[in-house]
Design a protein around this ligand. Structure first.
Ligand SMILES: [Mg+2]
Length: 278
């Protein structure tokens, strides 16, 4: 008899499960319902904050663990059942928190130093009023406030120079044991964690729970998703309306969705589930 499989779905939010412009996940509804029916966890792995994801995952009726701020923290809802969280996790309210990334005050300080050192005009979330975050993201006032509750990752934009040499920026970050990644809307300054490290830790945790062979699907649309896609058995690049994906080394077997955002998510996840024989 074939060993039973335990499927896990890891997914980015913006431009992947959520529409880039409307932030709706409705088009992914059928595939999400099927995952719920088959008890397949949908694990959100996003550059968004804990505060933002916690509200979204409740609206989506998900009680699975989630990863915030590009792999900075993993959170386990207490309501997910009697699963034992990892020993390093701390209980905060109704979430267990497992920190992997650098702490926020250090990131804010480092971004200030880098700005001075390079002489660039850089604006981080910590420099912005909520109104500015609203204007840049299209989020409502409440959502923008949640987006500003940073713990492990400082999003920023480079105002000047117009065509910055990113290698210089990356060196300045590396000198502070930090890294810079580019997301859909912003650059992100963070510790040396990424979505791939967090996903690997979660796969290991699930393996300990179920003892079954794990098959992983991961879906993303940006550079910061690549470490997560490289870890997955079935990596999926979700097409964007705004850019055409270019081939990535180590990801030659990646699927690219025909449609952008949640519609592409839906069709591809349904196809993979059908072909997995579950
Ligand atoms: Mg994205």
């Amino acid at each position: 008899m074939k060993e039973p499989l335990h499927l896990l779905v890891f997914t980015d939010l913006d431009g992947t499960l959520l529409d880039h412009d409307t932030y709706s996940w409705e088009a992914a509804g059928p595939a999400m319902d099927m995952c719920r029916e088959l008890h397949i966890p949908i694990i959100i792995v996003s550059s968004k904050t804990r505060a933002e994801i916690d509200i979204l995952r409740r609206k989506m009726d998900l009680s699975d663990p989630f990863v915030s701020e590009n792999g900075g923290g993993i959170f386990f809802p207490v309501s997910s059942g009697d699963h034992t969280p990892p020993p390093d996790a701390r209980l905060e309210g109704d979430l267990w928190r497992w920190s992997l990334g650098a702490e926020y005050p250090y990131l804010v300080q480092a971004l200030r130093e880098i700005r001075l050192e390079l002489g660039w005009e850089i604006r981080g979330f910590s420099d912005m009023k909520v109104d500015e975050i609203i204007a840049l993201t299209g989020l409502g006032p409440y959502e923008a406030r949640l987006a500003a509750e940073r713990e492990y990752d400082e999003p920023f934009e480079i105002v000047r120079p117009l065509n910055p040499d990113l290698s210089v920026l990356r060196v300045a970050a590396a000198q502070r044991k930090l890294s810079v990644v580019s997301g859909g809307r912003f650059f992100h300054l963070m510790g040396n964690c990424d979505k791939g490290v967090a996903v690997r830790k979660l796969i290991y945790w699930y393996r300990g729970l179920s003892g079954r062979r794990i098959l992983t699907i991961a879906l993303g649309d940006s550079e910061n998703d690549l470490p997560m896609l490289k870890v997955a058995d079935c990596p999926v690049f979700v097409r964007s309306r705004h850019q055409v994906p270019s081939p990535v080394k180590g990801l030659e077997r990646i699927r690219v969705t025909d449609e952008p955002g949640p519609a592409g998510w839906n069709r591809t996840v349904l196809e993979i589930l059908k072909n997995s024989g579950i």
